[in-house]
Design a protein around this ligand. Structure first.
Ligand SMILES: Nc1ncnc2c1ncn2[C@@H]1O[C@H](COP(=O)(O)OP(=O)(O)O)[C@@H](O)[C@H]1O
Ligand SMILES: [Mg+2]
Length: 262
């Protein structure tokens, strides 16, 4: 099983947008991905066109009552065979309820291993919350690697050092370095700042920075409002082109292959 956590401790950088469209792009290549929404804000769930669920129908029930993940999986509407385990805002409670349980950090990993969900070849994409708590640790423990979106704005540039510090915090309980790739999002070709940030990221992360940049585009901002990925909403848009290119780049470098390291 290859599980990728889409992580950055900063909000608004494109984690959910990247999760949504990577899942959609993989589904369109008949790879039948599984998305896991691990953010109490439940934006991936909503953007996938799913709303109004009780907490017992979401991953909250996996943590609170040990419900098997397979019972929480549902098909994404018009999702080309992709599935999602949805989130619920009650997930906010997980840290305070279960944070002291020493086994909690590996609970998601155990849940996935126990059921080998849904089979070994299926890529699992985990949309993380911006908090460095129990849920993010669960995502990192369950994943083979991280994909880290960094947006093209001044605060993101400031946040690169904090991002490294956050990764060290996550690596500590894991006991090994986390394999990662950085992807620049919200790139605005009219702004000098976007190029400066891309150069700085290249200098800092070298080959760990994806060549593909995700440009700022209206279709990416609008599609979640209609509960759609960018390929369904606007198939010829810049956003669709960019997420297709990112998917091709990640497939080509073996990012979804659990045995491959680069
Ligand atoms: N490349 C982009 N172009 C335009 N809007 C974007 C882009 N990426 C994300 N957005 C918008 O920015 C906001 C934050 O993105 P989101 O993916 O929810 O970030 P995060 O999950 O990191 O908090 C959302 O309203 C989203 O639609
Ligand atoms: Mg999000």
């Amino acid at each position: 099983m290859t599980a990728i956590a889409i992580f950055n401790q900063k909000g608004g950088v494109g984690k959910t947008t990247t999760s949504l469209n990577l899942i959609a792009a993989l589904a369109r290549r008949e790879l039948c991905p599984l998305g896991i929404d691990l953010d109490p804000q439940s934006h991936l769930t909503l953007a996938s066109g799913i709303k109004g669920l009780a907490s017992s129908e979401t991953i909250y029930a996996f943590y609170s009552e040990g419900k098997p993940l397979s019972q929480l999986m549902r098909e994404i509407p018009n999702g080309h065979g992709a599935h999602i385990i949805p989130a619920h805002m009650e997930l906010f409670k997980i840290d305070s309820l279960y944070g002291r349980n020493p086994n909690i950090t590996s609970q998601l990993k155990r849940g996935l291993m126990d059921e080998l969900l849904p089979d070994e070849s299926v890529p699992v994409i985990i949309d993380c919350s911006p908090m460095l708590g129990v849920l993010s640790l669960n995502a990192v423990f369950a994943s083979n690697r991280l994909l880290i979106p960094v947006s093209a704005d001044y605060l993101s540039m400031q946040g690169v050092n904090r991002l490294d510090a956050a990764l060290k915090v996550l690596e500590k309980p894991l006991g090994k370095p986390i394999q990662r790739r950085i992807v620049m999002t919200r790139f605005d070709s009219r702004r000098k700042l976007s190029y400066q940030i891309y150069d700085q990221l290249r200098e800092h992360y070298g080959k760990d920075l994806c060549d593909t940049r995700i440009f700022e585009s209206v279709s990416l901002a609008e599609s979640p409002i209609y509960g759609k990925d960018v390929f369904s909403y606007s198939p010829h848009s810049q956003g669709a082109k960019d997420y297709n290119a990112l998917t091709e780049e990640l497939l080509a470098c073996g990012f979804f292959d659990p045995e491959c390291s680069w």
